[in-house]
Design a protein around this ligand. Structure first.
Ligand SMILES: NC(=O)C1=CN([C@@H]2O[C@H](COP(=O)(O)OP(=O)(O)OC[C@H]3O[C@@H](n4cnc5c(N)ncnc54)[C@H](O)[C@@H]3O)[C@@H](O)[C@H]2O)C=CC1
Ligand SMILES: C[N+](C)(C)CC(=O)CC(=O)[O-]
Length: 496
């Protein structure tokens, strides 16, 4: 299994910055080289949006955020990393020069992916000493949310490189699709170019403006394409007779004058200005960062819908997200060292991200419950109730929660949680969790909760097995010596 422990991004614009966010959110440290004087600010803003998006995307325990290091040269950025992603502007001589420089400084076993949207990998690797480890890894914007990477090898790329790349991107929640033969623009951009060319003609010929064209897409086939591609969609459109009927009915239309595919519109000054003005009007004053946030919210919603599809098994990008989360749950929260049971267990470290903040400017209610839930999940992992245990048919369910809010948590604030067992037996675990401000240690919220051990299929509580009880025992014994927490056993009510 190929995993990336450290990555480098050469070029940190729209795509390089979002690659950096994808890596960092998967817990990978990233070196960045980009000569742009404001690269750090720009990537910082992309990171903020990406963290906000992941806060909405998943409740699975993300690894600690990878560290971003801004480097002064390509050599410094790439010399000690496993994966280098080149994302400099789309010009062959520039890209080839940069990739050749990366090749000279990188470890011979490091993988080198190019974000190019259409250049041939054979052309990019032409001057490399170790071309066998170079390939196209073409992502889609925003790279931190859209999971696809087209993996395209050149004449000198080894099959092993493509296999390693496929494995490595899977580990960061992406779907590597291997393109069988190199061709300009690969698969995705060939399709997009065809659509884009036709769209430009429709604007040039005053058939519609940019907003109308976008409405035609987003209220119709745009919605379809997130969940089924062209062929699966058209199979259904063929009715009960399926694809063959569809081809018989609509195949001949391709010969009618419905498209102008062979002609490329002349993007002269007038057309550029026309599209620019229509696009400005469509944006209605929203900044690019605002539009990115709206786009991200929509994409997260779509992925959540797809995750619930096919009777809960997940579909397409939603199934991929579910599988990624399984891996995060399997890895996350697993204690690396034995816990000291002479005090409350310190279990979760986190930071308030933008998606957690409400209109009052502080962490919103349900995110407290999420943190309490993450903490009880961490306790369960500690006593052997992990993903495999749950899949085998048993689990703990929370049956009662009492939360007290004692302070506020603001955007970016570092927090940690501690958990104290109050009592336990074969069926029940009664416990008290505190959320602390990481800087001062002050308690900002507490929860008293009860969990029941259940047989999930039978839908009833049953005694936990001996191996779980054996792991629970030392914690229970240690915590039996502690004073009852202030606030335990409280109920909601006014003093009369
Ligand atoms: N923007 C998009 O929607 C997509 C772009 N791509 C591909 O990603 C690549 C980058 O495109 P964008 O990020 O959109 O461009 P961009 O213009 O936003 O970013 C390019 C960055 O490269 C930096 N740069 C220029 N020369 C450099 C050098 N010698 N070394 C290091 N950095 C250098 C620039 O300062 C800039 O920050 C292109 O190959 C493009 O085809 C791929 C998928 C989608
Ligand atoms: C416009 N583009 C060719 C750079 C687009 C892409 O390469 C993929 C995308 O994200 O649309």
């Amino acid at each position: 299994m190929t995993t990336i422990t450290k990555a480098a991004c050469v070029g940190g614009g729209v795509i390089g910055g979002a690659w950096a966010a994808r890596f960092a959110l998967a817990g990978i440290d990233v070196n960045i080289f980009d000569p742009h004087p404001e690269a750090e600010r720009i990537i910082g803003e992309v990171m903020a949006n990406a963290e906000r998006a992941y806060g909405m995307l998943t409740m699975a325990p993300l690894p600690p955020l990878g560290k971003l290091t801004f480097c002064k040269s390509i050599q410094e950025a790439v010399e000690d990393v496993d994966w280098i992603q080149e994302s400099v502007p789309e010009r062959l001589p520039l890209k080839r020069g940069v990739i050749t420089e990366i090749d000279a400084a990188a470890r011979p076993d490091a993988l080198i992916g190019s974000s190019t949207s259409g250049l041939l990998p054979s052309d990019l690797q032409a001057e490399m000493k170790h071309p066998e480890r170079m390939f196209v890894a073409h992502p889609y914007n925003p790279v931190y949310l859209l999971p696809l990477v087209e993996l395209v090898g050149g004449k000198k790329t080894s099959p092993q490189t493509i296999r390693r790349a496929e494995e490595a991107v899977a580990e960061i929640g992406m779907k590597g699709v291997v393109i069988a033969k190199e061709i300009e623009a690969f698969v995705g951009d060939r399709l997009l170019e065809a659509l884009w060319r036709e769209a430009l003609w429709l604007i040039q010929d005053d058939i519609c403006d940019t907003e109308t064209l976008d409405d035609v897409m987003r209220y119709s086939f745009g919605m379809r394409w997130a969940q089924m591609g062209l062929f699966e969609t058209y199979r259904i459109a063929g009715g009960e007779a399926g694809m063959r009927h569809f081809l018989a009915q609509f195949g001949p239309c391709l010969k009618w004058p419905w498209t102008k595919f062979t002609d490329v519109v002349d993007l002269d000054e007038a057309l550029v200005e026309k599209i620019g003005a229509q696009s400005d009007a469509q944006a209605a004053g929203r900044s690019i960062r605002e539009l990115e946030r709206i786009r991200d919210e929509n994409l997260v919603g779509i992925m959540h819908a797809l995750k619930a599809s096919d009777g809960g098994k997940g579909w397409g990008a939603g199934k991929l997200l579910a599988d990624f989360e399984k891996r995060l749950w399997a890895k996350g929260g697993t204690p690396s060292t034995a816990h000291d049971v002479s005090g409350p267990l310190r279990l979760v470290e986190t930071r308030v991200n933008a998606a957690w903040v409400d209109y009052n400017g502080h962490m919103t209610e349900h995110r407290y419950l999420q943190l309490f839930g993450d903490t009880s999940d961490a306790l369960l992992k500690l006593i052997g109730v992990d993903f495999a245990y749950v899949e085998a048919g048993h689990s703990y369910y929370t049956v009662e929660t009492h939360i007290r809010h004692l302070g506020e948590a603001k955007l970016g604030q570092a927090l940690y949680t501690t958990l104290q067992l109050l009592s336990s037996d074969e069926k029940r675990i009664h416990f008290f969790t505190r959320i602390h401000d990481a800087a001062s240690g002050d308690v900002i919220a507490t929860a008293e909760q009860m969990m029941l051990h259940v047989d999930a299929k039978a839908g009833k509580s049953v005694p936990a097995p001996a191996e779980v009880m054996a792991k629970l025992k030392p914690i229970a014994e240690g915590h039996a010596k502690l004073d009852a927490p202030d606030g335990a056993g409280r109920h909601v009510g006014q003093k009369r």
